[in-house]
Design a protein. Structure first.
Length: 407
């Protein structure tokens, strides 16, 4: 009889304990002290106390709040939608896995004003996504799709295997930040930024997407300290953009080109990047003016380590190293790949400064002049070692004070 009573007491205690963790529809505080509450404080929503993640998100008050996602794998068949401002959705690291099993092109997570309108009057502010993993499949849509969200902040998020873009920012006009995240194996871009400005993309890793990063119709991109590897398309594609910097990135083994500037780009600095072993080229300035290419290392580029085309001009190229895998003492590290180390190509451009660069053992030439002549080129104070070059063939140009070692 005593044993039976003890069991009954234990059951009552267990129920009481559960009630502490899931009270009033998921408004949860473990060991919450009795007494007055902090004025203005809103309770944190624990998604584990709801029937679905969407139900937990819908429980947010109109003035925003926090949704905590527990560890676990959570399959979804339609997009999760966040339609309120001042929201934090936070998981328990990659142990929180949202898995989109939809095969009809739906995105996994959509952030958008509740009206769904596409205008400046239908914007939300300050949504942060942090510390979870979100995956899709080749027939799903984008991973994270944010439409007109100002001051969006994504950090510590893994976004993989989606049929669309990993992260797509559409006119998230004011101050987006994408930091310390991983975007891999998405069928389209790892990160696709459309119509945004004052954007920070820092300390992320991108691997085996189509393009790694696309930045279109925006301005003031600050992209620094990222690692881009093994992409099926290009590394960084920037179009119709000005006043931006791409610096301190590692861009390796893209099947396309490491960095492309196109469609009226101007005032952009490409600096201190390592651009290695990309099959179709290093930096391609297709339509760019007033840009600086400085202090980059172009090593064993497949072809055209730096290309400046007829729609580009007024470019400064200084302090770069164009090289193969030479490691001293007459030795190369990758003998089988050395013939792919490429130099610089000029095609019908003008007003170019090429000063203080090193070209060593690149093929076919340090400087290649393609079908259209280039004019008003300053080619000075460069070092050319074990290379052929066309730099003496510029029209109306100044070539002086270069050091040339015999091949």
């Amino acid at each position: 009889m005593k044993r039976t009573c003890q069991v009954g007491v234990m059951i009552i205690v267990a129920v009481a304990t559960v009630s502490v963790f899931c009270v009033a529809g998921g408004q949860v505080r473990e060991n919450e002290p009795a007494g007055p509450r902090l004025p203005g404080a809103r309770r944190i929503i624990d998604a584990s106390c709801y029937a679905s993640i969407q139900a937990a998100i819908d429980a947010l008050p109109d003035d925003g709040g926090v949704v905590r996602l527990p560890p676990g794998t959570f399959e979804i068949t339609k997009a999760l939608k966040v339609t309120k401002a001042d929201v934090l959705i936070e998981g328990a690291g990659t142990a929180t896995h949202i898995k989109n099993v939809n095969t009809e092109g739906e995105s996994a997570l959509v952030l958008q004003h509740p009206s769904g309108r596409d205008s400046r009057k239908a914007e939300l502010w300050r949504i942060r996504l942090a510390n979870f993993r979100i995956t899709g499949n080749e027939k799903s849509g984008h991973g994270i799709e944010a439409r007109r969200i100002n001051e969006i902040f994504i950090d510590g998020v893994t976004v993989s295997y989606h049929g669309g873009d990993g992260v797509r920012l559409y006119y998230c006009y004011e101050d987006p930040r994408i930091c310390d995240s991983l975007m891999t194996y998405n069928k389209k871009a790892g990160l696709n930024v459309i119509g945004c400005h004052d954007v920070v993309v820092a300390a992320n890793q991108f691997e085996e997407n189509d393009d790694a990063v696309r930045f279109i119709d925006g301005f003031n991109l600050c992209m620094t300290g990222n690692n881009l590897d093994d992409h099926l398309g290009d590394g960084v594609v920037i179009e119709n953009t000005y006043g931006s910097v791409v610096s301190g990135n590692m861009i390796e083994e893209c099947k396309g080109t490491a960095i492309v500037l196109d469609r009226d780009c101007y005032g952009i600095a490409l600096s201190a990047n390592v651009i290695a072993h990309n099959s179709s080229g290093g930096i391609d300035l297709r339509d760019a003016h007033g840009c600086a290419v400085s202090a980059n290392t172009f090593t064993i580029s497949g072809r055209d380590a730096l290309s400046i085309g007829p729609n580009s001009g007024r470019i400064t190229v200084t302090g770069n190293n164009f090289s193969n895998s030479y490691i001293g003492d007459g030795k190369v590290k990758r003998a089988g790949s050395d013939l792919t180390a490429a130099g610089m190509v000029l095609n019908g451009t003008s007003d170019i400064t090429v000063v203080g660069n090193l070209f060593s053992s690149v093929r076919p030439k340090a400087i290649t002049i393609k079908s259209k002549p280039s004019t008003r080129v300053l080619f000075a104070d460069n070092v050319l070692a074990d290379v052929a070059s066309d730099h003496e063939k510029f029209d109306a140009s100044l070539v002086k004070d270069n050091l040339e070692a015999a091949r």
